[in-house]
Ligand binder design. Structure first.
Ligand code: PLP
Length: 354
């Protein structure tokens, strides 16, 4: 750190992304990426001309991609906001809608507290229930910005649409943001409620079920007024927030719904298979509607299991927060990858070290 950074940023503790190892081949089950490539249509979408056109700025309104998403979800273009990854939207949410402070679960996506600190937001973390669930009743009449990952991460539990509606109805003067990064793995989306309430924003990403984390593309579905507010913040920050290549790939992605329905179904199938096997090996596995499992065993600490798996070139995500330090978050890969993981876990539990 230099002497020159503004004082309010000097104490900031930045978000720490999951490891992206460079020392050889790993089975990467630590950052909830898809094990599958983007659809064939996406693989063929870029032409030489698209690269030549990089000399031109991208369309700041992203009208073509917005229109395609609007059709898919039966809303209007004015109800869609596009961004460079959904983290960018969450940043604007904490920047722009937190005048009364913010609340979110104590165990959730780590970026929420980082954005709160970044923007000097007065925030409160609401404890999960004893069985690691979000209880919607804890979010009634909060009169603050509410941000909930649904399904939640790293736990995987998912609120029903009626529970979210209760939260939205009972906080009419504040924005409720539902982060649906994992909604395609078995949960029910609450986006239809954005037509009925002017204080609900649903945030989505192409990084997980759309197999495109590296392209950096996220979007929000919401009432026109909120989308206009986000646009104002965007045009005051970075009007060309999405590059041309990503926009083209995004359009091909929206045209490939069938492919992504199939890959998401396969992830769900392999998740249920993996959960069953882990439970047979004595793990407690939280019920998950996401592309990961959160599991602990009383035979081995979370840290030790993480280290032993890493020694075998399998990466999972371990968190040091004392409330969840016995757990590991395991991204669902292919069936083959999960069988290798399960074999390694058996070996570790039987006393093998590396
Ligand atoms: C992965 C993730 C995101 C971020 O997605 P990007 O679009 O890649 O920025 C947002 N929220 C949650 C809960 C996530 O797990």
């Amino acid at each position: 750190m230099s002497r020159l950074l503004k004082e309010n940023y000097q104490k900031l503790e930045a978000y720490i992304p999951g490891e992206q190892p460079k020392d050889g081949e790993y089975i990467k089950l630590n950052t909830n990426e898809s094990p599958f490539p983007p659809s064939p249509r996406v693989l063929d979408a870029l032409k030489r001309e698209d690269i030549e056109n990089l000399r031109l700025y991208s369309d700041p309104t992203m009208s073509a991609l917005r229109e395609k998403l609007a059709q898919l979800y039966d809303v209007k273009s004015e109800n869609i906001y596009l961004s460079n990854g959904s983290d960018d939207i969450l940043n604007f949410v904490f920047m722009g809608f937190s005048q009364n402070g913010a609340v979110f679960p104590d165990i959730t996506y780590g970026f929420y507290s980082v954005f709160s600190e970044l923007h000097g937001v007065d925030y409160k973390e609401i404890p999960l229930t004893e069985d690691f669930r979000v209880n919607y009743k804890d979010y009634i009449n909060k009169d603050k910005l509410i941000v909930i990952a649904n399904p939640n991460a790293p736990t995987g539990d998912c609120l029903g649409v009626w529970e979210i509606e209760e939260i939205v109805m009972n906080n009419p003067d504040n924005l409720v943001v539902i982060d649906e990064a994992y909604i395609d793995f078995g949960g029910e989306s609450c986006y239809p409620l954005t037509k009925k309430y002017d204080n609900l924003l649903v945030v989505r990403t192409f990084s997980k079920s759309r197999c495109m984390a590296g392209a950096r593309l996220g979007y929000a579905i919401g009432p026109k007024g909120i989308i206009e507010d986000l646009e104002k913040l965007k045009y005051s920050t970075n009007p060309y927030n999405i590059n041309r290549l990503t926009a083209t790939l995004g359009e091909a992605t929206v045209e490939s719904e069938d492919y992504y329905l199939k890959t998401s179904e396969e992830i769900i199938r392999v998740r249920e298979y993996t959960a069953k096997k882990l439970i047979e090996s004595g793990f407690e596995v939280l019920p998950s509607k996401a592309n990961f499992l959160f599991a602990r065993s009383n035979k081995i600490s979370g840290e030790k299991l993480y280290q032993e798996l890493k020694a075998r070139h399998i990466l999972v995500r371990h968190f040091t927060n004392p409330k969840i330090e016995m757990f590991n978050r395991i991204t669902i890969g292919t069936q083959e990858q999960m069988d290798i993981l399960l074999g390694a876990i058996e070996e570790i539990l039987n006393g093998g070290t590396k």
